[in-house]
Design a binder for this molecule. Structure first.
Ligand SMILES: [Zn+2]
Length: 329
């Protein structure tokens, strides 16, 4: 029985070895980075070069995750998910920032690490814009965002109610609702999920497709920014749900891309006013471009608007299914 003395020593030796192999930090442009091969080992995935020192595939039988040097996104089973910092090369290996690993890869691939698992019963749907704020408009001004968002919101509400969800809208008519009042509705009703519905507009009429935004994690730049600004240094109420924001957003975006056969503009990060003060998981979906002739043409048809509502419904049901699995039922 001489282990009493040697045990603490063995533990120290183990910790030192673990630190020297895994914990040795690599700093790139002031941020901690971790190698994709050590991530592959940790997650039980296979690491393969698609193009040496440029593109890496981590895969299992059912999951494919791809990373490209200098890009600020990864793809998971083909869906594009934006990162805060670019993929880097260090000593012949592709690296991801530790914060992106913690706030994107882990919630997607190992969500069971995060607790408590949220429930999902009360859903607040937020039809964007309204009243004297029309939002985006089509070139001929015949379609505007504020009318489309409430159309989709009402369709989605009816569908969710048939599945037993309690649904509350931030507006039910064409009236102006200040941005800050929208997450306040979710907080007041103790919502379990907040879904803000929007449509895009841009000068270039060739641009179309769908995208989904979730709250940017603390210390990382939003997708439209390249630097950590003063707002990035703050932790907002919406950051308490970072892993669940991402999971909900992933399922919503994947479902829209699949159902609408639209261009996948990706799952993005933004510190939007409607997301940062939420006490529950939240997503903001951009369901098409009113400035794109093909999107605008489709949006005039009720069948297509029904399709959008169905795709959002399916995204929520897939998120629910994931929560159920994590809860073990
Ligand atoms: Zn909008």
């Amino acid at each position: 029985m001489r282990t009493k003395k040697s045990r603490p020593f063995a533990l120290l030796l183990f910790l030192f070895l673990a630190w020297s192999t895994l914990g040795a930090e690599t700093k790139i442009n002031g941020s901690s980075y971790v190698g994709l091969s050590s991530i592959a080992r940790e997650l039980g995935m296979t690491h393969a070069w698609v193009a040496r020192e440029k593109e890496v595939l981590l895969y299992t039988r059912i999951t494919r995750m791809e990373f490209t040097l200098h890009k600020r996104w990864l793809t998971l089973n083909g869906e594009r998910i934006f990162l805060g910092l670019p993929i880097a090369l260090h000593k012949g290996e592709l690296m991801i920032s530790q914060r992106d690993y913690d706030t994107t890869v882990k919630p997607l691939l190992t969500p069971s690490r995060f607790s408590p698992v949220p429930k999902l019963y009360r859903i607040v749907i937020d039809p964007g814009h309204g009243g004297n704020d029309p939002g985006a408009e089509s070139k001929d001004k015949k379609l505007n965002e504020k009318i489309l968002t409430i159309d989709i919101a009402l369709r989605l509400k009816r569908k969710l109610e048939t599945y037993g969800y309690k649904v509350i809208l931030t507006r039910t008519s064409d009236k102006y609702v200040p941005l800050a009042s929208r997450p306040a509705v979710a907080n007041k009703y103790d919502a379990d999920l907040f879904v803000s519905i929007h449509f895009n507009a841009v000068g270039d009429s060739a641009v179309g497709g769908v995208e989904t935004f979730v709250m940017t994690p603390q210390w990382l730049p939003s997708t439209s920014a390249s630097k950590v600004t003063s707002s990035a240094r703050r932790s907002y109420p919406g950051n308490a749900n970072d892993p669940w924001n991402l999971l909900a957003g992933y399922f919503m975006q994947a479902s829209m891309v699949r159902h609408l056969q639209a261009d996948d503009r990706g799952l993005k990060r933004a510190r939007f006013a409607v997301l940062k003060d939420l006490n529950c998981p939240g997503v903001l979906v951009e369901c098409g471009f009113l400035t794109n002739a093909s999107d605008a043409y489709k949006l005039r048809s009720e069948a297509y608007r029904e399709k959008i509502a169905n795709s959002l419904l399916e995204g929520i049901l897939l998120y629910q299914k994931k929560l159920n699995i994590l809860r073990g039922r």
